[in-house]
Design a protein around this ligand. Sequence first.
Ligand code: FMN
Length: 641
Amino acid sequence: GYQHLQQSLKLRETVLENRVMMGSMHVGLEGEENGLEKLTAFYARRASENVGLIVTGGAAVRPEGSGGGDDFMSIATDEDAAYWKPLTKGVHEAGGKIALQLFHAGRYAYKDMTGIDPVAPSALQSPINPDVPKALTEDEIEETIEAFATGARRAVDAGFDAVEIMGSEGYLINQFVSPVTNQRTDAWGGSFENRLRFPIEIARRVRAAVGPNFPVLFRMSGLDLIEGSTTEEETLAWAQALEAEGMDLLNIGIGWHESQVPTISMKVPRKKFVDVAAGIKQGVKIPVIASNRINDPQDAEDVLAAGKADMISMARPFLADPEIITKGFEGRRDEINTCIACNQACLDHVFEGRSATCLVNPEAGRELELTLPVPEMKKHVLIVGAGPAGLEAARTAALRGHTVTIADEKDEIGGQLNYSKIVPGKGEFYETIRYFRVQLEKLGVNFALGTRITDDHPLVDDADEIVVASGIIPRTPEIPGVDQPHVISYRDVFEGRAVPGERVVVIGGGGVACDVSLYMQHDSSREIRMLQRSRRFARGIGKTTRWATIIELKKRGVEMTGEVMYQEITPDGITFSHNGETVHHPCDTIVIASGQLANPVLFEALKAKGKQTHLIGGAEEALGLDAKKAIYDGTVIGRAI
Ligand code: FMN
């Protein structure tokens, strides 16, 4: 049961239907053509699925505080207030409630995106930003506080149900509270009381601006994860001061963007930071929200049942599955498309200036584009390959009413996801495979596992359309000696066909090479050295995850040498040149993980036979082994045939 999660929550005059919040995410749709329409469809899709409260992405209260300029939400002008009315209307029509997040990036703003110098309490540059911010004058501080209040008033006018003041993750408010970023000597800096003045003034004036009945949430930092920053006692005092200012809900953020500790990646265990919220809950009477890596309604229920929080925020889990809570409440938890916290299509996209979507659910953010049209004719569709591309193609084609058979030469579905899932810290991939298995079974897809499809296979003759999603072929580099028995493929390691020795060289430095290196450390403390021709290791892994992968490899003692020229593989090791010197590195196993090739052979043969055939995923284009491309290709073809 979900008694706790299903309880309503009264915030002044407003009743939230349950204890689930869809946490704030800037998705970037607002910057696209028809952006408002797309953003409205994105939220409305989720508003109709048992979400107590949705929070928008950060809306800048001042132009210099924008997360990225014109393409980001803004509430800095009266026109902005009018602009967002269709959004709130759309969410209300879908039966949901939505809060606007009042946002100011402070020194995290980029001058080349906003066109304005970023501002901060002190002129101290953040390690992750190129600009030195200008220290705000006292008059400007006054104006900024006023901007939060005016923004809140505009949110009321625009029809929002609440506002959330963004005071965590290292943005402007956090920058005032922390002694690391606030070195002012006037009334706004120095003592803790002075550093707290800025958020408290904002809370007070926002409350005054919206009146006594409008819910105001405050997202405060529960744990900065920055050396020398706000202490636990200060954090609790901050929470109590916000309560005294009439805040209705405290949403507990974790970490700053510049923290060196992973706070949201797949490697972060589920529910890891719940105790931070629980600690704050003990010091206040107003409800407290726990956030980060809560991706299962049962976990959410357990956190509430244990009295650790009063509400649960899930952000990315709503990208992965808009129906996550509905499925939980209806006893269909096994049908949930679980957020695997990969960040590859959400945060990584935002960092690349693209709109957020979701690796496991490409429909996220594309609600108006990726529809499920009823096909003109019901067909027999054969999918060759049960990796992510094939699975998603099968799911969408079957959803539309086609008769679908999915074949794979392996006995299990999942393709290379079966490798990812056994890498330490990547266990969430089990969920993706489970999701597809349950969905395909439910949709009555026929499985032909352990079946190798050739152009003369009977299943080929039966099919009206064939989708070749048979994946990549590992590339073997041309190094003299590469064909010796102690040279194996990463596939041999993952599939248990070969047990590497104690001294291993991995040839390759991309995502697969990192994965196989970490995997080989899970049951032994092997000596592992990764070699590659280029300089940058873990290339191809997105910005949000690459740094943590490098740190983990180093922590586990994996050595990395780039810019090598391979000379020869010998029975006792490998010879290469590096920095102009010839090096012989002794080892007993060499694992090849140096790229992959597309595999169009079956596709060509079927084409030649005159079959209606499509080529997708890694089989079509193998540049970087990429589940995101695979699932996207699958969804597009599944909706087109
Ligand atoms: N948090 C904010 O407070 N404001 C934002 O504008 C915001 N934008 C985000 C954009 C993306 C694409 C993602 C993935 C997260 C964003 N967050 C933002 C952080 C989330 O609210 C949340 O704290 C984080 O994703 C961890 O929670 P989760 O594991 O439930 O996703």
